[in-house]
Every structure is written in structure tokens, then in C-alpha cells.
Design a protein around this ligand. Structure first.
Ligand SMILES: CC(C)(COP(=O)(O)OP(=O)(O)OC[C@H]1O[C@@H](n2cnc3c(N)ncnc32)[C@H](O)[C@@H]1O)[C@@H](O)C(=O)NCCC(=O)NCCS
Ligand SMILES: Nc1ncnc2c1ncn2[C@@H]1O[C@H](COP(=O)(O)OP(=O)(O)OP(=O)(O)O)[C@@H](O)[C@H]1O
Length: 200
């Protein structure tokens, strides 16, 4: 069974691609989901967040995501402080989920937005990058998260550029076009993947 790292810039379309890959039978382990579990209600992770970022960082027993987001995407030190709390926990959760998925005999997609930033490319067999041109990325992010131009740009610039991620990919899925173009590309990538892996 293979482990594939799926990455790309913020709002490039990783979740959209993951949903398509599930239909082809891949198991998907999602870092954004794991990062919510890491600071869910009542966890030590959430207590740490409150200790470091103050009581405004928690609302109704849950992490105040808009507040924390606004703090960390504009300040690298705060971002690193949050990463130090959440990332080790995310890694443990994802490792467990990966092992469970492998036991079920399925190829696994590890959907990790910060795969290159956190040097995790060596933990997977191959890396697929969901690419989108920078203009569409900004537009889709502003629309999806209801963000201003500046807030969306800050989120994009908190990551390695999408052009650099594209250069480091084994496989590129270009999501600059419409959804039906994306579906066709994913189909092709999956067919080629199964061809490569049956030959071995
Ligand atoms: C800052 C937080 C509270 C904002 O929450 P929000 O609901 O608005 O966004 P969400 O979690 O859905 O993340 C959306 C995207 O933002 C990007 N992003 C999130 N955190 C980071 C980060 N620390 N550095 C760079 N990009 C990030 C990723 O591309 C992610 O897919 C949240 O993203 C968070 O807890 N981040 C720290 C954990 C993390 O690094 N997650 C990314 C994958 S492990
Ligand atoms: N080809 C497309 N055309 C138009 N909109 C798209 C296309 N692909 C995805 N989108 C939309 O763009 C937004 C970002 O896509 P998606 O949520 O899949 O990205 P993501 O990489 O998982 O984002 P993040 O890592 O930030 O959570 C979503 O609102 C999605 O519906």
C-alpha cells in the first residue's frame, strides 16, 4: 500500500481533490481535521492555547478560530508558538489514522497543507501538489472565508509559495480551471497511479 502526501497552497483545492480521491477508494487523513481534534473542547491542547494566547483565545469552551487566525497570520512569532502547540499533536493523530487506514488495505492520502514547510515529504512515498494560479487562489480564498484582500494575502504569504510547491511535486494537479477539468485530471492521475502500482 502506498502513502501519498497531498499538498498545495491554501484554497488551492486539496479538500475538493480529496473528496474525489475518496470516490476512487483512497483513504484520506486530513491535517486540518486533525488540527481541530488537537484543540477540541477539554483537551490539553486547548489549555495550552489559552495559556499562551490568553482567555480571548477560547470562546464557549472552544478555540476562538477567527481571533487566533487574525493573530497568527500577521505575526510569525505567534504563528510559530501556535504551531509548536498544535503540530506535534497533529502528527500523532495523523500517524494513528494512517496506520488504521493501511490496516484496512487501502492506499492513503495524507492531506497536509504544510507538508513542505514542515519537511514531511520524506514521510510519504510520493507528493501530489494541487496547484492553482495565484489570482484564482486569492479570489477563491476571499470568497470561501469571506476575507478582505489583505487578510487573504496574509494567509497566502504565511506559506511557501504555490509556485515553489509546484516545483517540488512528483505529480501536479492543476486546479486553475473549472471543476469538470479538475475531475478529468484527477481521473487521469488515479489511472496512472494504479498502472504504476500494478506493474510492481
Ligand atoms: C489559525 C487557525 C485557528 C485558523 O482557523 P480557520 O478555521 O480559519 O482555518 P483552517 O483551520 O480551516 O485552516 C485553513 C488553512 O489555513 C492554512 N493554515 C492554517 N494554519 C496555518 C499555519 N499555522 N501556517 C500556515 N498556514 C496555515 C492551511 O492552508 C489550512 O488549510 C487554524 O488554522 C489553526 O489552528 N492553525 C494551526 C494548525 C495548523 O497549522 N493547521 C494547518 C495544518 S496542520
Ligand atoms: N475548479 C474550481 N473552480 C472554482 N472553485 C473551486 C474550484 N476548486 C475548488 N474551488 C473552491 O475553492 C475553495 C478552495 O477549495 P478547497 O477548500 O478544496 O481548498 P483547500 O486546498 O482544501 O483549502 P484549505 O487548505 O485552505 O482548507 C472552495 O470554496 C472550493 O469550493
Amino acid at each position: 500500500m502506498k502513502v501519498i502526501g497531498l499538498t498545495g497552497g491554501i484554497a488551492s483545492g486539496k479538500s475538493t481533490v480529496s473528496a474525489l480521491l475518496k470516490e476512487y477508494g483512497f483513504a484520506v487523513v486530513d491535517a486540518d481535521v486533525a488540527s481541530r481534534t488537537a484543540v477540541a473542547k477539554g483537551t490539553d491542547g486547548l489549555k495550552e492555547v489559552e495559556k499562551v494566547f490568553g482567555e480571548e483565545a477560547v470562546i464557549n469552551g472552544e478555540m476562538n478560530r477567527p481571533y487566533v487566525g487574525q493573530l497568527i497570520f500577521n505575526d510569525i512569532e505567534k504563528r510559530e508558538a501556535l504551531n509548536r502547540i498544535i503540530h506535534p499533536r497533529v502528527r500523532d493523530i495523523m500517524e494513528y489514522e494512517k496506520q488504521q487506514a493501511l490496516k484496512s488495505g487501502r492506499h492513503v492520502i495524507m492531506d497536509i497543507p504544510l507538508l513542505f514547510e514542515n519537511h514531511l515529504e520524506y514521510t510519504v512515498d510520493e507528493v501530489w501538489v494541487v496547484y492553482v494560479d495565484e489570482e484564482s487562489q486569492l479570489e477563491r480564498l476571499m470568497k470561501r472565508n469571506n476575507l478582505s484582500y489583505d487578510a487573504a494575502a496574509a494567509r497566502i504569504h504565511s506559506q511557501l509559495s504555490i509556485e515553489e510547491k509546484k516545483k517540488r511535486a512528483h505529480i501536479i494537479i492543476d486546479n486553475s480551471g473549472n471543476l469538470s477539468e479538475l475531475e478529468q485530471q484527477v481521473k487521469k492521475v488515479v489511472e496512472q497511479f494504479f498502472e504504476r502500482n500494478q506493474k510492481k
